[in-house]
Write a protein that binds this ligand. Structure first.
Ligand code: CMC
Length: 437
């Protein structure tokens, strides 16, 4: 018997099956031949929330959650954060190799020349209510770009795909900044091609009446590092959404808007905004033990803690803590940081968190840092969406060219009624119909 196989005995029939094991995985479809008879559909796997199912073969981002390792295309995140700009990392993710000087120059030029929004897109954004959440504005506007670039639906043409990818990476900061300016009631600022990706974003956010915006270099670099850290994270909820929607051959604007919608949830990218709310609710360092007690009693979750994959310190959180120190040198220390440090100290010693391997994740310190940089909490998830765009698009591109991929379509286990006799309206009694709680 070959070693890389799995032998299964079906005790219902006594039949023995041998399935190949490849990359520590069996193919779920191989289980379908395990049947009790001709009418039997065959065995399926049941995996709510995909806790143990690989949905693709990928060469983009590698995570070892137990060891706290994260690599893009083989390069450790720590090295990339120290030595590269965000656009350099975006190139690496998308094309698989670090760019040469001239490749990077061309790439930066191209992205910079896709930062403008069509004036009708600006008008579209003006239509939002003044209290509109910038993340919801971003999601809707990205979807609306599908109407501006109808060529995007040609998803099987590599040149068209690349053009949309450049457009999206270029336009994301412009949409994000416009959402913010709309929220605070300031006039929109057009992109400035002399500036770097992050400096230009800061320009579009914060330029007032000065003729030329000059970004603080420490803040601009810290923001760029945060963008590097958030660029991709393999098959997380929003990436899975991107791949699922993209698998139906929806255009990349609609698929990206769907991915961004998933990101907005408080258990995903929305967690950074929730961390700030939580720290405000705690109020002071002295209240931390009582708050931890409440969490352990099952009253809520410690936001910014825990991860589906990391059962160790999230490597991104370590780098963020380091970058935060650089930012605080410029902005002064933030009172919330004291609460966060105390929360982390107590949680990391507490059995509840130790046993469940709950460590700070990327969102735990990013919010405090964003706030120190001058961002409003409503912008935090938007700040996540900008750099993650390249991750979504790289995963989408990989999915489109993968000959094994098809429209994503899971199965279900039927737990409802068998066929029922139709009851005419006049014969219906009081129904038992309730919305599940
Ligand atoms: N605070 C308290 N208890 C927690 C937490 C938390 N933050 N996270 C998980 N647990 C407990 C959970 O109640 C469960 O306990 P028990 O075994 O007694 O039922 C156990 O730990 C395992 O948790 P789980 O819910 O099965 O884990 P999951 O993999 O389904 O969820 C998570 C992962 C990230 C959704 C979850 O840890 C969480 O809700 N964290 C808070 C929100 C957050 O910070 N999200 C950002 C994630 S990182 C960035 C991103 O992906 O966008």
């Amino acid at each position: 018997m070959p070693l890389d196989t799995l032998t299964i005995t079906d005790n219902r029939t006594g039949q023995i099956y041998t399935l190949p094991i490849e990359n520590g995985t069996i193919r779920a479809i191989d289980l379908r031949k395990i049947k009790t008879g001709h009418d039997d559909f065959g065995l399926m796997t049941y995996d709510p929330a995909f806790t143990n199912t690989a949905s693709c073969r990928s060469a983009i981002t590698y995570i070892d959650g137990d060891k706290g390792i994260l690599r893009y295309r083989g390069y450790p995140i720590e090295v990339l954060a120290e030595h590269c700009t965000y656009l350099e990392v975006a190139y690496l993710l998308l094309f698989g190799e670090l760019p040469t000087q001239s490749e990077l120059k061309t790439w930066v030029f191209e992205i910079t020349h896709h930062t403008m929004l069509h004036e009708t897109t600006k008008k579209f954004m003006e239509g939002f209510r003044d209290f509109a959440h910038p993340m919801a504005m971003l999601v809707s506007t990205v979807a609306a770009l599908s109407t501006v670039y109808p060529d995007a639906k040609n998803v099987h043409d590599p040149d068209t795909r690349l053009l949309q990818i450049k457009r999206l990476i270029g336009k994301m900061p412009s949409i994000a900044a416009m959402s913010y300016r709309h929220m605070v009631g300031f006039p929109y600022v057009y992109p400035d091609n002399d500036l770097t990706y992050t400096e230009n974003f800061m320009n579009m956010l914060w330029k007032m009446v000065e003729p030329k915006y000059v970004a603080n270099p420490v803040i601009a670099r810290a923001l760029d590092i945060l963008f590097v850290l958030h660029a991709d994270h393999e098959q997380n909820c929003s990436t899975n959404t991107m791949r699922a929607v993209g698998s139906a051959q929806a255009d990349p604007y609609l698929a990206t808007a769907s991915a961004a919608s998933a990101l907005s949830g408080p258990l995903h990218g929305g967690a950074n905004e929730e961390v700030l709310r939580m720290l405000d609710e705690i109020g002071s360092k002295n209240n931390v033990p009582a708050y931890i007690k409440k969490i352990k009693e099952g009253k809520g979750k410690l936001m910014g803690f825990g991860h589906r994959v990391y059962k160790n310190y999230d490597p991104r959180a370590k780098i963020i803590k380091w970058a935060a120190d650089q930012v605080f040198e410029v902005t002064g220390r933030n009172a919330r940081l004291e609460i966060a440090l105390e929360l982390e100290r107590i949680a990391l010693e507490d059995d509840y968190f130790v046993q469940r391997k709950l460590y700070p994740n990327v969102d735990f310190y990013s919010g405090i840092m964003y706030q120190a940089m001058g961002f409003k909490p409503e912008m935090f998830t938007v700040l996540f969406a900008i750099p993650r765009t390249v991750g979504w698009l790289t995963q989408w591109q990989e999915m489109i060219v993968d000959p094994e991929q098809k429209i994503a379509r899971p199965r279900q286990i039927w737990i409802g009624h068998d066929t029922r006799e139709f009851v005419p309206m006049e014969k219906r009694g009081k129904t038992e119909a309730v919305l599940q709680k």
